[in-house]
Design a protein around this ligand. Sequence first.
Ligand code: NAD
Length: 409
Amino acid sequence: MPIEQRVKIAAEKADLTPEEIEILSSGGGLPMEVADRMIENVVGTMAYPFGIAVNFRMNGRDRLVPMAIEEPSVVAAASNMARLMRDGDGIKTSTTDPVMIGQIQVLDVPDMEKALDALKDAKDALLKLANQQDPVLVRFGGGARDIEPRVLETEVGRMLVLHLLVDCRDAMGANAVNTMCETLAPVVSEITGGRVLLRIISNLADHRLARAETTIKKESLGDEKVIDDIIAAWAFADADPYRAATHNKGIMNGVIAVALAVAQDHRALESGAHAYAARNGRYTSLSRWSKNENGDLVGVLEMPMAVGIVGGATRTHPTARLALKLMGVSKANELAEVMTAVGLAQNLGALRALVQEGIQHGHMRLHARNLVVMAGAEGDLIQKAVNELVASGEIRFDKAQEIVKRLKG
Ligand code: NAD
């Protein structure tokens, strides 16, 4: 479809206003004055392609999935795999409560046992003080829920680390949690007799998990051998960190593309995902693929998903607000579920391509477009050059240069 037609369909489905449609074609959707308020020393803005993955059905509901990404073939792979998943029962998604962890590091504790007991006794008072820092969060049903003291043996000796568990509702929560930890610090110091050093959120958000699960009918994948090969490919990632890093990168292709479209803190998501993948002492796959009794393929992805739809840049960036509307998301946990579903679809796309034709087949066809543009093709010539390059079977830059030079005459 031409771009205008795609925009028209998306606008109809998501009920976009003329102003919102205008944002899509404004070359990034971020006015300079808004950018200038977001970070320091702003001299410009940097746009990414913003595409929509289709065919996603989650918990029986269809959703358009906006993705911002510079890598070709990700949006196509997500849409293709979502179509296969749709032929089954779609994707089942769920989340735990949106609980984040704040850490308060305490050094030089004179009596560890006494300190741990004293903290246990002070739990209610500490939670009350934490919640006084964010009455809005409490009003929305969130707030500090629990404390968990831990003792760490480190290079500089024993230290006490107090975890503060905070239900962040629709916020990512870093500001809320950090403020609470900083407020509790002097009180914790007094209770334990130690010296508080760091007071900061943990990005290993292992209380705030999102899960996506799907069953793909064996007929949709061709034959049972493909399913066995996909499971063998997953087992490779499960057993080997060298493979797991790339396997999980494929998952993050989907997760981060949606995160960028809605202006999430994607560094927080990346660090949380990889730390979670290594939680048992060895880095492994975030997903799991197996076969059910019918011989169908079953995939599950469970990972930390610290996302927010209030606060951060999500409310300030006009395209991010628009992306939430396109997705039909009104709660942070729904966003977390969409992102996990896309991660699972992306994972399947990579596994299927790898066990069949190899990753370069689909990738390089799309990459051909980049190559001919790099080689100087413009306007109508781009598609002609892409067709020739693909037909040549040698999708390389030197070949692209040769074709573009010839077509330009
Ligand atoms: P925030 O402080 O801007 O907004 C959250 C606040 O919004 C809540 O504390 C609450 O008072 C209010 N609120 C209104 N409606 C709410 C609802 N329905 N649910 C929950 N809260 C509601 O943002 P934040 O989420 O606390 O912080 C996110 C920002 O912190 C991101 O920009 C992130 O980049 C940044 N950050 C991250 C780290 C880290 O990950 N290590 C560290 C520091 C800062």
